[in-house]
Write a new protein. Structure first.
Ligand code: CA
Length: 479
């Protein structure tokens, strides 16, 4: 009898252990200001990215993968909550100011890390935070057990280097003492010295975390947010030397920065393989917005064949390289062409983990992509996707292959992306019924949003440049 119970106990324990073992690790890798076509799996010719290509080949490349905002911080706020960030007033980059208690991810929101930690995951954030510099927004207070990185929106790559920060196209601020880009690196809240090139270091920190976490039976979630290839344009000398044949200096440096991200991803994949975790790790790779080609912080990125760039609601601002890989569950070597968005990362990760979402995340905008990526559900994950930027200065809607948008004081535009990916032939006047339907959908969606809670845009705060639409009357711009 004792033996019977011992066997029974073993069966129960073994089943529990097996179930726990089956819970995947979650790895979210974010690149910063990476152009749509600047990695091999997106067609780049001058920047080899063999490791990212290998990652893409091990899973699904989403051709129509979007972010919820065309600049850094609001995009990240959407990713980490699974909600359109304008629902909670997050529509601008926050100030670099540790006393700014409203400039960051509101405490009314919960992060993906909050939910996964509650579900028993070890949680780590590495790299660029950019969700608020006030202590209340620190990653350790937003669900992350471990943090290594910096709290601002960017950082120099080479220790001790002067940073040249651009304040507009062609205009540069003398900023060798720029506080944000030279802020201390932090391990949790402890300042640590800058040693070596930053992207390389972030990759090393990630591989060390993955190796350390592998020794613990708990599954883990790692949010790895590179600031590369965002400005300042700095790279390791050996990487620059690899691209000596690129004559444009900015493009050469950019190529070296992207290649360094790729090298770091290669080491991370190697660490996953070496610790036997690759099969059971769900990996996302995205850029936080499109490449800035000619505007502020231009980095010589390329978004072709898309129109526009970072800061635009044209495709070049919001459509990004987008990989989802999970060898144990998701087919390898495929592409998926229905529109998906970074807001989907949270519900997909929680579903994969079997985790319950935090009560603060009652209304999600993202959806679990697993049934779609595995082919169980052949419908579109989203009937429509929406964008609003700069307190309602610009709106966009994607419905099927239709893309409607309105920017600033310009007339609404309508494009058929299936025939016109570059958004060059405006069909608003020839297909008014579609333009009107999508405008009405944007107006309805807009009712669920609030005015921005903080503003730090280069045009002077919350009030837009036109002066026509105030945050309290945002509806006026979607008509
Ligand atoms: Ca960015």
């Amino acid at each position: 009898m004792t033996r019977f119970f011992a066997v029974l106990l073993c069966l129960v324990n073994c089943a529990a252990a097996h179930a726990a073992e089956r819970r995947p690790n979650i790895l979210v890798i974010v690149a910063d200001d990476l152009g749509y076509s600047d990695v091999g799996f997106q067609g780049a010719r001058d920047i080899p990215t063999p490791h990212l290509d290998r990652l893409a080949a091990s899973g699904i490349r989403c051709t129509d993968g979007y972010v919820s905002y065309p600049v850094c911080s609001p995009s990240r706020a959407g990713l980490i909550t699974g909600r359109y960030q304008q629902r909670f007033g997050y529509e601008f980059n926050p100030k670099w100011d540790a006393t700014a208690a409203t400039h960051g991810l509101p405490l009314s929101e919960a992060t993906l890390a909050d939910s996964l930690r509650s579900a028993g995951y070890t949680t780590g954030a590495i790299g660029k935070w950019h969700l608020g510099a006030h202590p209340q927004f620190h990653p350790n207070r937003r669900g992350f057990d471990d943090f290594f990185g910096f709290l601002g929106g960017g950082h120099r790559y080479l220790p001790g280097s002067a940073v040249e920060v651009e304040i507009g196209a062609g205009k540069k601020a003398a900023s060798s003492g720029d506080a944000e880009h030279t802020s201390p690196l932090l391990r949790n809240s402890t300042e640590v010295p800058e040693v070596g090139e930053l992207t390389t270091r972030l990759g090393e920190e990630a591989t060390a975390s993955i190796t350390r976490y592998a020794k613990d039976p708990k599954p883990w979630f790692l949010y790895l947010a590179f600031n590369a290839p965002h400005t300042p344009m700095q790279a390791r000398a050996d990487q620059l030397a690899r691209f000596a044949s690129i004559t444009d200096e900015r493009r050469r440096t950019y190529a070296a920065m992207v290649a360094t991200v790729d090298e770091a991803v290669g080491r991370i994949l190697g660490a996953l393989d070496a610790t036997g975790q690759r099969e059971r790790t769900l990996i996302f790779f995205i850029s936080d917005n499109g490449g800035p080609m000619t505007k502020r912080n231009a980095n010589a990125s390329v978004n072709s064949p898309l129109r526009g760039q970072k800061g635009d609601v044209f495709e070049g601002g919001i459509r990004v390289p987008f990989i989802v890989a999970w060898p144990a569950r998701i087919p390898a070597g495929r592409t998926y062409s229905q529109p998906v968005i970074a807001l989907d990362i949270l519900p997909t990760a929680l579903a994969a983990a079997g985790a319950t979402r935090d009560a603060k995340l009652a209304a999600l905008d993202g959806v679990d992509l697993l049934p779609f990526l595995t082919g169980k559900n052949t419908a579109a994950p989203h009937p429509r996707l929406f964008w609003r930027m700069d307190a309602g200065e610009a709106f966009a809607v994607r419905e099927g292959n239709w893309k409607w948008l309105r920017t600033y004081q310009n007339a609404p535009q309508l494009y058929d992306l299936s025939a016109d990916l570059g958004e060059t032939r405006d069909l608003a006047s020839s297909r008014p019924e579609i333009a009107e339907r999508l405008a009405a959908a944007a107006a309805e969606w807009n009712h669920g949003l609030i005015a921005p809670s903080f503003g730090n845009n280069p045009f002077g705060g919350l009030i837009n440049r036109t002066g026509l639409e105030k945050p309290s009357t945002l509806e006026s711009n979607v008509k």
